[in-house]
Design a protein around this ligand. Structure first.
Ligand code: UGA
Length: 434
């Protein structure tokens, strides 16, 4: 099939590449000329495991191409994916200026029947708005489909190629048939393609993300309470998670959820509720608890150093909002760095992928090291913010001799309590005994 993808951000690039992988002819459109030039040369602008291999293969096979011309994109594809950003507006709602701006251009440019598919995370009712905007100028038939994506950063290629489910919001049989044909190769295992109306599809995405964020936040509160009453959250998690109604996944407490999706989507759903005079009490609580959780290590660090962090140096392992990505959007590490700098401390940080992005934000206020061990040399304590695998089995002897004090504040519960105790560390983690 002929597919166009408008927007070559994270979602657009993964979508375009994976759709090319199953033999479709894909043309990706972006207004950023520099980016398009790089993509045409075969450079992948983001770090996402396995994407580079698929990308190269499909460019070589001439199934994956790039252009800055929306007109060309609209001529090429029978199905046009909109993978445009929906950033957080000042009031927390999703800003639709890109989605509606491009829709307006589409209305002026389409010359034959197209299925316009919204892949961006958009508030309920956006499909109707897109339809209205395109209809203003369009002289031909078109259909709008809402097809939210459920990709996790770090696993996006796998999630796209082997989805647990595909959600299609469509009220047109013709469009639904085309979408089913497109996605059939991805659900050979029998996983479902769930067809529903556009509004339900739009809400499904927000509901799924908000539920997962709530699940994590609930566990973060249980962890905090464990510390107060002397329980161990690892044991509570094991005891709870074996109930299949609860499930084992997304029960890991930590220093709050981050990333480009959960924080933005929870706030946007809360705001959508408000706009419809519905008070999502639970989401309001989730937002508040998560803000608190992101900084939960700070009072502990302050208490350990008698409220005087001036002149202290902290090693930070992990800057990305989670492992296997270079994405630092809403990463807890950024909040912690900010607070520590304000309190007069210095930071030596290491992350296998995210340091260039942090440098863009903090410049030379943070020292970046070549490896994880260098970050700990002469630091007063180690703070762990992201659970990269390489941090799980450090050489404790080296760590002890590098650090000024054998002290670890672990926001990701990486180490076994008995082991770390026997190694002689003061160890503060989340929801477990100190
Ligand atoms: C999330 C969803 O998982 C995807 O299904 C969705 O498609 C995507 O948002 C999106 O809307 O585009 P992602 O943001 O890549 O994916 O990251 P997750 O792996 O879900 O992690 C989100 C945050 O939750 C991270 O900060 C992570 O550290 C935290 N988390 C996750 C926990 O604190 N505990 C857990 O048990 C799991």
């Amino acid at each position: 099939m002929k597919i166009s993808v408008i927007g070559t951000g994270y979602v657009g690039l993964v979508t375009g590449t994976c759709l090319a992988e199953t033999g479709n002819e894909v043309l990706c459109v972006d207004i950023d000329e520099n980016k398009v030039k790089k993509l045409q040369k075969g450079e992948v602008p983001i770090y996402e495991p396995h994407l580079d291999v698929l990308f190269e293969r499909n460019i070589k096979a001439n199934r994956l191409n790039f252009t800055t011309s929306l007109k060309e994109g609209l001529e090429h594809g029978d199905i046009i994916f909109l993978a445009l950003p929906t950033p957080e507006d000042e009031d927390g709602s999703a800003d639709l200026k890109y989605v509606l701006g491009v829709s307006d251009d589409i209305g002026k440019l389409i010359e034959s029947y197209k299925v316009i598919v919204d892949k961006s995370t958009v508030p309920v009712g956006t499909a109707d708005k897109v339809k209205e905007v395109i209809s203003k100028n369009a002289k031909v038939d078109f259909d709008i489909v809402s097809n939210p994506e459920f990709l996790r950063e770090g696993f996006a290629v796998d999630d796209f190629l082997k989805p647990e489910r595909i959600v299609i919001g469509s009220s047109s049989e013709r469009a639904t048939e085309l979408m089913m044909k497109l996605y059939k190769p991805f659900v050979r295992s029998g996983n479902p393609i769930i067809v529903m109306d556009e509004k339900s599809a739009e809400l499904t995405k927000y509901a799924a993300n908000a539920f997962l964020a709530t699940k994590i936040t609930f566990m973060n509160e249980i962890a905090n309470f464990c510390e107060i009453v002397g329980a161990d959250v690892d044991k509570v998690r094991a005891g709870m998670g074996t109930d299949s109604r609860i499930g084992k996944r997304f029960l890991f407490p930590g220093i709050g959820y981050g990333g480009s999706c959960f924080p933005k989507d929870v706030k946007a759903l809360y705001k959508s509720g408000k706009d419809s005079n519905y008070d999502f009490g639970i989401l309001n609580a989730v937002i508040k608890v998560n803000d608190f959780q992101k900084k939960i290590l700070i009072p502990r660090i302050k208490a350990f150093f008698n409220n005087d962090l001036k002149g202290k140096t902290f090693a930070i392992w992990g800057l990305a909002f989670k492992p296997e990505t270079d994405d630092i959007r809403e990463a807890p590490a950024l909040y912690i760095i900010n607070e520590l700098l304000q309190l007069g401390a210095s930071i030596k940080a290491f992350d296998p992928e995210a340091m260039p992005n942090v440098k863009k934000e903090f410049g030379d206020k943070v020292e970046y090291t070549l490896n994880k061990d260098d970050a700990t040399i002469s630091a007063d304590a180690l703070i762990i913010c992201t659970e990269w695998s390489m941090f799980r089995t450090p050489n404790f002897e080296k760590l002890r001799s590098n650090l000024k004090h054998p002290v670890i504040f672990d926001g990701r519960n990486l180490y076994d309590l008995e082991e770390i105790k026997s190694e002689g560390f003061y160890y503060s983690s989340i929801g477990r005994k100190t």
